[in-house]
Write a protein that binds this ligand. Sequence first.
Ligand code: SAH
Length: 446
Amino acid sequence: MNTPKSKSHSTPHRPSQGGIDFRNRVKRDKQKAEAHAPKNTSAPPRTGNPMGRPCLILKADRDKSLMRRHPWIFSGAVECIDGAPASGDTVAVRDASGKFLAWAAYNAESQITARVWSWREADVIDKEFFRNRIASALKARRALGLGRDSNGMRLVHGESDGLPGLIVDKYGDVLVMQLGSAGPEHWRDTLADILQELCSPVCIYERSDSDGRELEGLPVRSGVLRGALPKHVEVVEHGIRFAVDVAAGQKTGFYLDQRDNRALTGTLSADCDVLNCFCYTGGFSLYALRGDAKSVLSIDSSQEALQLAQANVELNGFDPSRTEWQCADVFEAMRKLRDQNRKFDLIVLDPPKFAPTAAFAEKASRAYKDINLLGFKLLRPGGLLFTYSCSGGISDDLFQKIIAGAALDAGVDAQIVKKLHAAADHPVLLSFPEGAYLKGLVLRVA
Ligand code: SAH
């Protein structure tokens, strides 16, 4: 595999004892407030700032990204911590002068020390809070009419839905929940209860086994959380049926983000010889088959994925004689195709995340350039290249530059005919550009 390994995270930064003056002031304020607090009440008052709530105090001038509502607080921005929060606990975030900035989930193990739940001091981070956030994510998807095209959908898209670290994907009646950071990990049962109440799925399956968990100091975990997992889980997307392996498939079982891009490929596949690289369970291949492609060669390194892809061809009653499957490393397989002088009219390149962060950008750029250069060489004149990057560490601009370099080295002139992104159930919060991880270009060679 040419996928770079995830980097191991550095020693967690424990904020120093700087800012003592401020800490003392916080304690004095706390004592004063306690003196005025009502005594002998059975339930604690429902206040946005309960006494004794741990507090994270930022260094002077390190509040700028928070002021722009970016939801991550990096360890280097933290002056000190008042109290002893455990990972996942809610902390108040304050600037160096003591002004409230946000409520956030704390994580001592991560370089991202806290992720913001709310910017409103009056908010209480409890079940009701999460119910409101999830309900509003569901409402947004209903308002956008997203259920029309598919019964598979991302219901909660982490930071962009105001729920950092939480992913919820729906496959028919089954929900898959992925907890990527300490905050949602802490609220795991509450979140499952809310999803059960709001969506009534037959099963909630947990797939907390993403690479990012390691960086957060969290163990991998997967299994049934509520209900029972049906033997056969399926989504029907733009009328095409896909079996989804929720328990052992990649990500949460399926790549929902490419739904509309797959559909576009389908509409442009008529009479084409199609090459689908990194095909997984056949997403783009099935759309090409329905779109009357002449032939579809699909390549992936995962035998399990290819088996499911072939089962999906059968599930839809498509003609298998138009298909060819290769279990291979795409980098090698494309070279062989070049050496065999094979040519295609439409090529899809949808590789895994080569650069999870900008630190991997250089190595990843070489990998992207390599496959795209080969892609250009394998295209007939007038052919279309659908090329993607799902790397957070590669910006739109850099991706376009890499593709331009690949075309130059391949000796072809190519035009961008469309720029593509993830489907609308993967919204991008304006203050969180990291949410726009998927970028794609449709190129036509002269
Ligand atoms: N286009 C797919 C999703 C692709 S995900 C869809 O629409 O569903 C990326 C795929 O690349 C995975 O299936 C993974 O098994 C495969 N993969 C990763 N590295 C590979 C390599 N070097 N060669 C071939 N396949 C690879």
